[in-house]
Design a protein around this ligand. Structure first.
Ligand code: GSH
Length: 243
């Protein structure tokens, strides 16, 4: 039985996991081995359905979880969900390993330094892959950014350069340790893996160039991604394959 219902966002390909924010929750649930089921929403449905579930005035976004096992508790926002899961499921593998600050630092580093640049490389592909909702996506984003999407994207080579520079620091950690905070998988790894998933799905060309084949970043990311692969799936790994 599913303990958790995870609300995720779907473009045109059914069951394709791509969203950087919902991936964090999905990979955390996979890592913890908590059974869940996914409810897929199209972009415009997020604004219609999520407020009915959260009953809050927060901007409607996914991920949102409903914890069926704990009285249908509703939690919105990937970092809030991570902290909640850690408390509500204490007998599952830890996301923070007693050092939540280190994981929050990595969360912030990846979210502030990497994600905005990856987003700029990806945004036009997200619009295309949104299919019939592409026009809605363009209109709502242009309202937020106050400019045409093409202008917002700007010079791709600058974003690629920034991604390489920021990955360099993380790659140096992975040269010495198997995971971003040392010997164990944690929230830091889950964040980075989620943002890399977003790049891989939307821009396989840039994923190859900046992550897999970059002369500085390459090798250690490829190895680390192999170690992370079992958590980066649509469904949880079989119990014996978990750690
Ligand atoms: N800080 C939030 C960000 C959530 C977020 O922006 N989610 C996107 C999907 S990746 C969303 O729901 N967007 C809906 C919209 O912009 O209309 C988190 O980490 O959960």
């Amino acid at each position: 039985m599913a303990h958790i219902i995870l609300y995720d966002v779907e473009l045109t390909t059914p069951n394709e996991i791509w969203s950087p924010n919902t991936c964090k929750t999905r990979y955390a649930l996979n890592y913890k081995g908590i059974p869940y089921k996914t409810v897929w929403l199209k972009f415009p449905e997020i604004g219609e359905e999520i407020p009915k579930i959260t009953k809050s005035k927060e901007r409607p976004t996914v991920p949102v979880i409903v914890d069926v096992l704990h009285g249908n508790k509703v939690v919105q926002e990937s970092w809030e969900i991570a902290k909640y899961l850690e408390e509500a499921y204490p007998d599952t593998p830890s996301l923070f390993h007693g050092n939540i600050g280190a994981h929050f630092f990595m969360h912030e580093y990846c979210t502030r330094r990497l994600l905005p640049k990856i987003f700029k490389l990806n945004v036009l592909t997200v619009m295309k892959k949104a299919g019939e909702h592409g026009a809605w996506f363009r209109q709502t984003r242009e309202k937020i950014f106050k400019m045409p999407l093409e202008k917002f994207v700007g010079d791709e080579s600058q974003h690629a350069k920034a991604i390489t520079e920021n990955l360099d620091a993380l790659g140096r950690v992975l040269k010495t340790y198997p995971y971003l905070t040392g010997q164990q998988v944690g929230w830091a790894d889950i964040c980075l893996a989620s943002y890399i998933t977003f790049l891989r799905v939307m821009r396989p060309d840039q994923y190859d160039a900046l992550v897999l084949n970059d002369s500085k970043a390459g090798k250690q990311f490829a190895e680390w991604l192999k170690r992370m692969d079992k958590y980066m799936q649509l469904a949880p790994p079989a119990p014996s394959a978990r750690i």
